[in-house]
Each structure stands twice: as C-alpha cells, then as structure tokens.
Ligand binder design. Sequence first.
Ligand SMILES: [Ca+2]
Length: 317
Amino acid sequence: MKRIALLIAVLAGLFVPACEEGGPSDECVPEPMCTPECPEGYCGDDGCGCPCPVCPTGLKCRDEACVCAICGGDCGECPEIEWISVEQGTFSMGCKADAANVDKICGTPDVLPPHDVSVPAFEIARFETTAALYAQCVATGACLASNTLGSSATGNNPNLRDHPINHVKWFDAEAFCMWIGGRLGSEAEWEYAARGTDGRYYPWGFAGPTCRTAWTGVDGCSINMTHPVGTMPGGKSPWGVDDMAGNVAEWVADHCHTEGYQGAPADGSAWTKEGGGLCRVFRGGGFGAGLEEARSFNREFMSGDLTFKDVGIRCFR
Ligand SMILES: [Ca+2]
C-alpha cells in the first residue's frame, strides 16, 4: 500500500502546473503535500511551491539568507539584546522635596525644579552593554576600542566579559547603540525608566542603596570595581530594568544644562543645544557612587570625549 501511495503522490506532483515566467499567477498551484526542504538559514521562496519558513526571531531575510536583523545584517555573531517595553506616561522629572529638605535631598540646583514630562513609549535594554557585546562591535569595525588603560578597564579583560563595558566615550556609546539598531536615551526617558511615576528616589523605592539593591560605593558594596550585569535583582526599576543605579553610570543623549531644568523640553526628547559643545550627561551613578549619585534624578556631566572607569552604555530604541 505504501508503494501505491508513493506512486500516486509522485504522479500528482508531475501534474502540478509549472510556474511559467509571465504566466498568470493562478498557474502557480502549491503542491498539496508540500514539505519545504530548506537549508539552514535559507529564507527564499521558489515562487511556486514550498516557501521556506520565515527567519527566526532576531533575524531577517536578505538575499534569501537569514541575517541578523540589526547591524545592517553584518554583525558577526548576532548580538542578543533583551529589550524592555516602557509604556508612555507622564512623570515628575527632577527632585521634589519640601522647602526644609531641598538642600538635603536635592543637593544641587541642576535637578530643580521638578517638572512634568510626558514620555512617549520606548524600549530600553534590560542590561548595561557588556564588554562582550561591545567587543563584537569593535570586531566589525563599527565601534572604536574602549580605553583599556587601568586595572579596572573591562574592555581588555577576558575574565570580565559579562561586566559592563567602561572607559567609553559618549561617541562610542552612540556608535554602539546605532550598531544594534538603537540609540542613546534622553535624560527624560532614562529617568522615567528608572523611577516610574511614583516619585521614588531610586529604582527600587525611597530607601538608599544596600548591598542587595545596587553595586555602589555605599557600605563598600562594590569594592571599587564593576560586576556582572543583572546581578542585583533587588534593585530593578519599576519596569524591570537592571542596574539603573550603580555598576556603571550610563551616557544619555543630552547636552549639558548645568543650571537646572528651566526651559527643558516636556515631551521626553533629549535636551540639546545649538552648537552645544562636547559636554554630555550621564546617569545612575557607578560602582563608586554614594547615596546622592545613585539617585535616579541625579545628573552628572562630563566631556563626551573623555572616558571614565565607571561610565558605560545603555541603549534605547
Ligand atoms: Ca548602571
């Protein structure tokens, strides 16, 4: 019986109309028992029979081959980025404290006044960019090597591949995020992702950092160096983002406005300056941060052309 069934199937196949160039599309009748046999990574279609399956998540079809959906398809090994969706919303950006506590809580005038910002939805990388991911970008030529001088540099240490890349310029951060199909976040997006809408000072709440919530200098938790990303689950932000306080601080897109938020955009966009110079903002505090620097409304400023041991990268899109 099996042989007869096979013979019928073969004969049926012979009578499937050929797909002729220029012919009407209804001549292209897919074989009813069609089982595509596609080489791994092939995403072509014979135009008249068995289309090969779509590419797996993270890949896209280009010239009948599944290639990485980012880096223009030329990433080497396709980087795996875990993105977290942040819903649009309005939050109070900056430091809010009663008059008696402004100096104590807010510290410097650059975090004042608190002001409402409406942020459109976006996605944020769950983790700081690791040394391993950054090395991939360097290997393709799309990123410049990080500054590897100094014992705390993660860019040249094979034992620190799952640590955040550090000693990168703002321009390196921008190049990396573009390479993975993203961008740097605005200060507003960054702060909204870190604090949510309830006015908390830190990603986890109002209480200062402990050695269960953030790799900071508070209580000597970090021992003056980076740590593998995502190893402080007690310190996630309301959206589930890791390490938004501590480990490395993170470059954002904005130019420096050190006098305060007067005139800042209220739509979540980056606050830039015409001819704004090199100064850029970084957020979240690094492994040496104290109570104040680790606060989610705290702002730090540095030339985008410089690198530091506890400043790294987080991407948005
Ligand atoms: Ca961080």
